[in-house]
Design a protein around this ligand. Structure first.
Ligand code: NAD
Length: 286
């Protein structure tokens, strides 16, 4: 059982993972190199806890305990823990470099987990001298609410590490599926046409984004593709499309969308920036 974890990156995913762990009694070090992000993560976690206690999904008396378990920091020197989870930007080199830096201030037993959506965990691990201690643990957004996690097993991982990550997912109350390292793992592979075909319908003027979302929601999907892309972040969603497209040999059917690329360039990232396929009010505290 884990009693302390460090989460690197306090953006959309890192803050949700921190809340998931702290809610299960685990102490959390939540680190981001950007002090502003640490500030907004603190407000966002408090706000989510208010919401959960309001809905009686978290007992009111637990709120302060959960918050107390999280240490917010913008100092990498604070990142010492037996299990480190990274949720930083979606770039192989950045992720491996962070693991190498963290290995210098941790010990030979520390396990490293990447929350990558689409990058090769084998490549990230292969760029370090300790690949057997690295696994993929892919959470879904919002990470404190979504039950599913994908555990990605590379050719290097030791059985002990794999079992510890499976046990950690259980400790978080998640439903874990283990899969081999492959482009997009399971969910992002299966779901890619959901986004790309919707984008193509909008680009060709077949139907507008509101109509497409309404139709998909009426058909039983919890969220239409455009609202979901805004929730994920258009930058993340577009990067995932690009990495799958490249990894699978650039098939036409998986060509990333020019419309979404232009939105990313304009900073229309979705909920997190207040503007995406739809408009959102940004919380004052953030
Ligand atoms: N957004 C999603 O729905 C989703 C779902 C599953 C997995 N993921 C993956 O999780 C990771 C993070 O995604 P996100 O949506 O939270 O992104 P985000 O842009 O919201 O947050 C990333 C954070 O990482 C910080 N950061 C960047 N480099 C850093 C470094 N070297 N050290 C410490 N902090 C650093 C940034 O300041 C930023 O706050 C990505 O790999 C993404 O593919 C995202």
């Amino acid at each position: 059982m884990e009693s302390l974890v460090c989460i690197c990156g306090a953006g959309t995913m890192g803050r949700g993972i921190a809340l998931a762990a702290a809610s299960q009694g685990i102490s959390v070090i939540l680190y981001d190199l950007d002090p502003e992000t640490i500030h907004s993560a603190t407000s966002a976690i408090k706000k989510e806890l208010e919401l959960l206690t309001g809905k009686k999904q978290t007992p009111a008396e637990e709120k302060e305990n959960i918050l107390r378990r999280i240490t917010f920091t913008s100092l990498i020197s604070d990142c010492r823990a037996p299990l480190i989870i990274e949720a930083i930007l979606e770039k192989t080199e950045a992720k491996s470099a962070l693991f190498l830096e963290l290995a210098r201030i941790n010990n030979d037993e520390t396990l490293f987990v990447t929350n990558t959506s689409s990058l090769s965990v084998t490549r990230i691990a292969g760029q370090t001298p300790f690949p057997e201690r690295i696994a993929g643990l892919h959470f879904f957004n919002p990470a404190n609410r979504m039950k599913l996690v994908e555990i990605i097993r590379t050719k290097y991982i030791s059985e002990y590490v794999l079992q510890r990550i499976i046990a950690f997912a259980g400790q978080l109350g998640k439903t874990a599926v283990v899969c081999r390292d492959a482009p997009g793992f399971i969910v992002n592979h299966v779901a890619r046409p959901f986004y790309l075909e919707a984008l193509r319908l909008a680009e060709t003027g077949t139907a507008d984004r509101t109509t497409i979302d309404k139709l998909m929601e009426s058909a039983g999907f919890k969220m239409g593709p455009f609202h979901l892309m805004d929730l994920i972040g258009n930058d993340i969603n577009y990067t995932v499309s690009c990495s799958l497209y490249e990894a699978l040999g650039r098939p036409d059917r998986l060509k990333p969308s020019a419309l979404q690329e232009a939105m990313v360039q304009r900073g229309e990232l979705g909920k997190k920036t207040g503007s995406g396929f739809f408009q959102y009010t940004k919380p004052v505290s953030e």
